[in-house]
Design a protein around this ligand. Sequence first.
Ligand SMILES: NC(=O)c1ccc[n+]([C@@H]2O[C@H](COP(=O)([O-])OP(=O)(O)OC[C@H]3O[C@@H](n4cnc5c(N)ncnc54)[C@H](OP(=O)(O)O)[C@@H]3O)[C@@H](O)[C@H]2O)c1
Length: 263
Amino acid sequence: MTLALGLVGATGRLGRVIAALAPEEDAAIVSAVARPGSRWLGRDLGDALGQSPCGLIVSEQRSAEVHVVIDVSSPDALTQTLVDCVYERIPLVLGTTGLSDAQHAEIDAAAHEIPIVQAYNLSLGVSLLLGLVEQAVRALGPGFDIEIVEAHHRRKKDAPSGTALALAEAAARGRGLALAGAAQHGRQGLVGERGASEIGIHAVRGGTVVGDHQVLLLGNSERLSLGHQAEDRSVFARGALRAAAWVREQAPGRYTMRQVLGL
Ligand SMILES: NC(=O)c1ccc[n+]([C@@H]2O[C@H](COP(=O)([O-])OP(=O)(O)OC[C@H]3O[C@@H](n4cnc5c(N)ncnc54)[C@H](OP(=O)(O)O)[C@@H]3O)[C@@H](O)[C@H]2O)c1
């Protein structure tokens, strides 16, 4: 049966790709939500996609019954999305990045009531990379310094990327560290020698880069580089649609893309 989806952030860069690819994955967008005040409100979603009208009007709130909601919008939308999904018992896929600790606590609370897949990177490749990084850091031991470099397009609003943070978390787990005490966001000035337990995180912004991530493991006389480059947003969109089909069948709880992919 076709999966009926509510899409929050439907007129954004990623939302538009999800909407365009949904039919290929046996899914249909039946509710398209945009930001309050958005120029797309009241207009046909087809206009936002650069296609012919599809009969679905973009609205400020969910406008139809759905099997699953996908939210790829802004942290500002999170509370409204969670309240709506919990109230109506709708499974949720959350791809928005830049969430605060308090917002992660809101997600944890909502996950007692509904199944939620939350991922800062919805691609298959990054889901795999997270496991590889943890494994490599654990195997190589403390003699290898960890530095993470990410690059994104000039319009990205948050930094470092959620994926860079997830990679840093994976590295910290591999090393048995708490990321909060180990993260070193950029360096400037007379910062002194590198601390043995630092995890360096560096954000590059510019052009149209969809998403590059590199984890450098720098040892004595040898270095490893584990990386991923997203070539276009379809990798995230297909991951979101796959997560939506999966989360519909799950019990309440908070899930990762690794669980979706059975990794
Ligand atoms: N998890 C992943 O794999 C992944 C991959 C890529 C991007 N992302 C994240 O997904 C989010 C969207 O990315 P994007 O590149 O598509 O950004 P974008 O082009 O800026 O799109 C954001 C969309 O959300 C809408 N929006 C903003 N505030 C809202 C609100 N309060 N309620 C409802 N809709 C709201 C915007 O509406 P207007 O256009 O009217 O402002 C826009 O349609 C970001 O957090 C980004 O980092 C995640």
